[in-house]
Design a protein around this ligand. Structure first.
Ligand SMILES: NC(=O)c1ccc[n+]([C@@H]2O[C@H](COP(=O)([O-])OP(=O)(O)OC[C@H]3O[C@@H](n4cnc5c(N)ncnc54)[C@H](O)[C@@H]3O)[C@@H](O)[C@H]2O)c1
Length: 347
């Protein structure tokens, strides 16, 4: 049984807790949170953009800490699950690894790639696993595409376009702060940057045009170049000002013998899959494979199953790899640099 201590009971801490409830072979043994009512089980003030509303929880049998160092010193914990704001990831992950714990940490790995690299090095020298919760490959449509690409069921990957756009999250006070959240590049696009890195390898350069908002990119379109000139990959991401469509994401993935399409939005609070996962086959046939679940919490169940399995088996997970997550942050930094310099930037 893997015993987990969750650091931070906000939106993601709650989603992870609910996911662990569905996991076999792992259980939440401790929680750390500075807000006392949350530590006492009153999660009604927790809000997010998917999943169930926060409610009153029975947390009996779980150790509760207000201080992170005290939780890290708890000898019964095998893994620390970091659900803290991004600015805290590097310091807490490094302290947890040095305390002899495996670490699962929410995305982005850190606000700066150099801090992500320090986390990776610390995990290597401590001989512990560092896993980053880049959850996108565990969402059914992206998992389907990943499997299709890896298996070469439809031939070689030729490229594609990825999209992730939100309306301005005016209620999030620190969203555009480069030292706290990093804006849409590090909060939102990092999902697609990671997925592109996962399926295509590391680009050789990136060319991005975009609008800046202070220090961070607000809306941007990128073209990624690879050693293979036939691999054509682009992405659009960021914030639009109208509030009517809170979230929109999707892809068009080109393979030699098929094209995969997917488009999902939340329009006026209503989820709309304007293009459910669709496979356009070489012979003109159109398929709509059945997806295993439409509940986003289930993607976190898949992700944390992968993480706790990796710890149990002592075998690192390729999809949750720390270096991959660090590369995603490098890609984000280079895109911002390209916007600023108004020219392609080498990687
Ligand atoms: N994968 C996804 O789809 C997804 C979605 C949302 C957020 N996230 C990521 O999850 C992370 C957390 O985001 P969130 O939306 O849950 O934030 P949040 O603000 O809702 O929660 C953070 C919690 O940490 C607590 N906290 C802060 N400092 C602490 C400390 N020193 N000790 C103990 N508790 C402390 C806060 O009180 C709060 O309850 C971020 O990295 C974010 O990017 C991922």
């Amino acid at each position: 049984m893997i015993r987990v201590g969750i650091a931070g009971i906000g939106f993601m801490g709650m989603i992870h807790y609910l996911a662990y409830e569905k996991l076999k072979g792992a259980k939440v043994a401790a929680l750390c949170e500075t807000q006392r009512e949350r530590l006492a089980g009153d999660w009604r003030g927790i809000k997010g953009n998917f999943g169930p509303a926060g409610r009153k929880m029975d947390l009996s049998g779980i150790d509760k800490y207000e201080n992170l160092d005290e939780m890290l010193a708890d000898p019964k914990l095998d893994m620390i699950d970091i659900c803290l704001p991004p600015a805290a990831h590097a310091a807490v992950a490094i302290a947890a690894l040095k305390a002899g714990k495996h670490v699962f940490c929410e995305k982005p790995i850190a606000l700066k790639a150099a801090d992500g690299a320090r986390m990776v090095r610390t995990a290597q020298s401590a001989g512990k696993q560092l896993m980053i919760g880049q959850v996108l490959p565990f969402f059914p449509e992206y998992a389907f595409a990943y499997k299709a690409i890896k298996s070469r069921k439809y031939g070689k990957l030729l490229g594609g376009h990825f999209k992730r756009i939100i309306s301005d999250p005016q209620w999030l006070t620190h969203f555009y702060d480069p030292e706290k959240v990093g804006g849409p590049m590090l909060d939102l696009h990092v999902h697609d940057a990671h997925y592109i890195r996962l399926i295509c390898g590391m680009p050789t350069s990136v060319s991005t045009v975009g609008r800046m908002r202070g220090e961070v990119a607000e809306y941007f379109v990128s073209q990624f170049a690879f050693e293979d000139p036939n691999l054509v990959v682009s992405a659009a991401s960021g914030v639009i000002h109208q509030q009517g469509r809170g979230f929109s994401a999707g892809f068009e993935i080109h393979l030699q013998k098929a094209t995969l399409l997917y488009d999902f939005s939340v329009v006026g609070d209503k989820p709309e899959a304007s293009m459910p996962l669709t496979v356009l086959n070489a012979d003109g046939k159109v398929e709509r494979p059945t997806m295993p679940s439409s509940d986003p919490v289930d993607s976190f169940v898949e992700e944390l199953t992968e993480a706790t399995r990796a710890v149990r088996r002592g075998k690192p997970s390729a999809m949750l790899d720390g270096e991959l997550a660090r590369d995603a942050v490098i890609l984000c930094q280079k895109q911002t640099e390209s916007i600023r310099k108004r020219r392609p930037v080498k990687l």
